[in-house]
Design a protein around this ligand. Sequence first.
Ligand code: NA7
Length: 460
Amino acid sequence: LMIRRPPRSTPKPSSAASDVYKRQTGPCGLSFLRSLHQAQSKGENIPEVVAFEKQESWGGLWNYTWRTGSDQYGDPIHNSMYRYLWSNGPKECLEFADYSFDEHFKKPIPSFPPRAVLQDYILGRAENSDVKKYVKFNTTVTSVADNGNGFDITYRNKKDDQTKTESFDKLVVATGHFSVPYIPEYEGMNSFPGRIMHSHDFRDAEEFRDKNVVVLGSSYSAEDVALQCHKYGAKTVTIGYRNNPMGFNWPEGMKEVHYMDKIDGNKAVFKDGTVQEMDALILCTGYLHHFPFLPEDLKLKTHNRLYPPNLYKGVVWQNNQNLFYLGMQDQFHTFNMFDAQAWYVRDIIMDKITLPSADELAKDIDNWVKKEEALEDAYQMIDFQTDYCVDLCSAVDYPKIDFELIRKHFYDWEHHKEENILTYRDKSFSSPVTGTTGPSHHTTWLDAMDDSMATYLDTK
Ligand code: NA7
């Protein structure tokens, strides 16, 4: 989490409440710090900022840890990433407009990198922005109180267990929403003799070699965790969907069936009559938007959707415009959308963008929410979020990036997945920033067992 204090024309006594913002240093938090760096490098007078980060390093979800449950200080583990996780979308679709993959890696690299490569890219830009000085690591924000002019923020230094309260003017919440698992309960769970876990705690598919695995869910985690288990040698993988199947052409050993009714001993019993022996049940049932540090009236309450309500332009809290949220949408677009959001929030905070009247603001939110509710398929969702990114970018000086190309890439990517879910990561896409087309990787995704950055980048 990060907190910032905007500049003042007149010095104020140090005892007075300072202007404030708070955030975390995952991709959204880093986008925000980058936006300030960019304004500063153009000679603008940027606000003071403090970034509160509960982890010991930055990168947010992109850090990998073997840990599950709690960290050494008793805080819940933030990370949901596992070994062998490769990007599930083309890297070209998430490329930063102001820091290309070519610039970072000094050569073209293939389109679907493993986790460590993307992490290196995100952190490369952060290191280049000289923003670490703003971050308080190992620091958890425990509560926020609205003081009428801003916020009183209470935070705990995890290492020395010291708690402090400071006042700030603005607050930016960039804590992510793929971290606190939603864990449903099914009959028979308590007496099931095997392993039950949520995808948040999934770390290594090798654990399920030669096992019968049941995966619940029909979104990105279910798709990828199921494929991981198949790739690393699970005997069978059965996916239980709740509403709609993913419907891919699953390879032998994998199948998709309708909704798990209950567990009977070591068997999963599904609505469509399927009874499947299982050694492990992996709940890929999504995440909660969870902000335990915020008071009720400032908490975003939503399921995972493309346009959560009460957020003007997807980022400004409707009922208190000193509060901002970044990256709280369900996502096709990611890093460059977070940049667009960060630039937009920065410009509101720096008085470069003026917010409209409460009526207009409500109308605008309503308009987007209605549009979202009318969307019928993934292609329309891609269009919707692309239009949202273009809308934000039209208001800020984020460097130009070819969103039409990105929209087309997402369409092609969807088609590739429908053609063959095992090979879509072997395709190449062109960069919306440099025009470079990603070379083919030396090993196809299905055969690439080593996800290290060194092996991945070992190209001629
Ligand atoms: P998502 O995309 O929010 O999806 C959650 C899934 O969980 C969704 O398919 C739900 O089914 C399913 N779900 C929820 N409860 C149940 C129960 N009780 N039984 C079966 N299925 C259930 O979360 P993910 O973790 O997949 O993806 C998160 C991000 O990680 C994603 O954006 C990627 O970028 C990586 P429904 O569709 O509502 O029927």
